[in-house]
Every structure is written in structure tokens, then in C-alpha cells.
Design a protein around this ligand. Structure first.
Ligand SMILES: Nc1ncnc2c1ncn2[C@@H]1O[C@H](COP(=O)(O)OP(=O)(O)O)[C@@H](O)[C@H]1O
Ligand SMILES: Nc1ccn([C@@H]2O[C@H](COP(=O)(O)OP(=O)(O)O)[C@@H](O)[C@H]2O)c(=O)n1
Length: 212
């Protein structure tokens, strides 16, 4: 079974993906970390983010087994990730690695921006998780503060809106719900309620699949 979870920044897709993977005993890949790994390498080396040759070389080096969430999760890396993510050859290389992961015989949950549309168009279940930009900015702010960081709500909100625009507006694999995705607006749902709503969608899809 493959479950595809997409959505804009800080919509809660990673949290949901983890809960679903645990519950259904599926392997989990946060594909955002693969774009963040490329961005991190570019920033570390001081290469401009639009240096395609170096970004492509960095994408080839990405090892799915060695993605360091702690380092890559930094809010500052997110914007750089969305800049390297517009380079088609970077996407092609990373999507190939993500598809190999999705072939895990135990089944897999992948979360990102283009999982239901490009990486796994035949996924058994597709979820598109959203929440208002203000709610998402509030969640990201609490996230940063809970890790001892400091941030400003207005700045985070502007960052999120700007990044969503870049992700939705790019020519290659823009962020959008797949035609057959189930929309889940979590603006007024806590983590547990969002999980239960997602679980109901997955269980329903599995029941229909088993009947067919
Ligand atoms: N439904 C929810 N209600 C409240 N907070 C949430 C919810 N879903 C996720 N969060 C919190 O919001 C922050 C961002 O969630 P995350 O799963 O990292 O989002 P994404 O992967 O979409 O960027 C995290 O701190 C997470 O604990
Ligand atoms: N499948 C994916 C996943 C991430 N990305 C890019 O990587 C950036 C960081 O993704 P992320 O999922 O780690 O970001 P958050 O939603 O956690 O803030 C996004 O803004 C996208 O530009 C992508 O293009 N395709």
C-alpha cells in the first residue's frame, strides 16, 4: 500500500504521515528532506542556489538513509530548498530515489508537494492537507519556540506565503492537489482529530479496494 500526502508549508503533513506510517506499519519518507539536503549542501559550500550544475551534483549525492532531520529541519533551509526545487534535473534525480523508496514491499507513506501528482500517481490513497496560512504560521512559530528558537509571527507568515507561491507557481511539478486526492483542511483540527479524519479516509479507501 502506498499513501501519498501533499500540502503547503507547515500544514501538518509530516506529523500526519508519521502517525499513519506508525499505525499501518508502513515505511515513511519525508521528501521535503531530500530537497532540504540539496539546499543545505549548497549553503554549506557557499554555492548560489541557482547554480544548476552544483545543485544537480548535490542531488546525486543525496542518500535517503542518511537524511539528518535535526540539521535539515531549520526554518532557514526551507526557503533555499524551494529555490533548488525549481530545477527540473534536481527534481528528476530526487524523484527517482523517492520512487525507489515507494517500491518498499512493506508499503510506504511519502509526504511532500508532488507525491500524488508525479512521484506516486498510482498511490492507493492520496491526501492533500491544508490549513489557513495564519494557522500554519502559528504552528511553525510554536515549533521554532519549542526548540528554543525565536521568531516573529509576521515574518514566518510572510515566509510561508512566499514559499507557497513559489511552490505553486513553478513550471515543473507545481504544488496542487491530485484530481483524486482527498482534501483535509486541518485549520480547526488538532493533531489527533486530523489523524482520525485521515484514518477514516484510508480505511474507507482500503475497504473499497478490497471489495473491488
Ligand atoms: N492538526 C494540527 N493541529 C495543531 N498542530 C499541528 C497539527 N498538525 C501539525 N501540527 C504541528 O504543526 C507543526 C508543523 O507540522 P508538520 O507536520 O511539521 O508540518 P509540515 O510537514 O506540513 O511542514 C508541528 O509543530 C506540528 O506538531
Ligand atoms: N516533494 C517535494 C517536497 C518538498 N519540495 C520543496 O522543498 C521545500 C521544503 O519542503 P518541506 O516539506 O521540508 O517543507 P515544510 O512543508 O515542512 O515547511 C518545499 O517548499 C518545496 O519547494 C518539493 O518541491 N517537492
Amino acid at each position: 500500500m502506498i499513501i501519498a500526502i501533499d500540502g503547503p508549508a507547515a500544514s501538518g503533513k509530516g506529523t500526519l504521515a508519521r502517525r499513519i506510517a506508525d499505525y499501518y506499519h508502513l515505511a515513511l519518507l519525508d521528501t521535503g528532506l531530500t530537497y532540504r539536503a540539496v539546499a543545505y549542501e549548497m549553503l554549506q559550500r557557499g554555492w548560489p542556489l541557482d547554480d544548476e550544475a552544483h545543485a544537480i551534483a548535490a542531488a546525486r549525492q543525496v542518500d535517503l538513509g542518511a537524511l539528518d532531520r535535526e540539521t535539515l529541519s531549520a526554518h532557514e533551509i526551507a526557503d533555499a530548498a524551494s529555490k533548488v526545487a525549481v530545477i527540473p534535473e534536481v527534481r528528476r534525480i530526487l524523484v527517482e530515489k523517492q520512487r525507489a523508496f515507494a517500491r518498499n514491499p512493506a508499503g510506504a507513506v511519502l509526504d511532500g508537494r508532488d507525491i500524488g501528482t508525479v512521484v506516486c500517481p498510482d498511490a492507493d490513497v492520496k491526501l492533500y492537507v491544508t490549513a489557513s496560512a495564519e494557522v500554519r504560521a502559528g504552528r511553525r512559530l510554536r515549533d521554532i519556540e519549542s526548540r528554543g528558537g525565536r521568531a516573529d509571527f509576521a515574518e514566518i507568515l510572510a515566509d510561508i506565503v512566499h514559499r507557497d507561491e513559489r511552490d505553486m507557481g513553478r513550471a515543473d511539478s507545481p504544488l496542487k492537489p491530485a484530481a483524486d486526492a482527498h482534501l483535509l483542511d486541518t485549520s480547526e483540527m488538532g493533531i489527533e482529530a486530523a489523524f482520525l479524519a485521515a484514518k477514516a479516509i484510508v480505511d474507507d479507501a482500503l475497504a473499497k479496494r478490497d471489495k473491488a
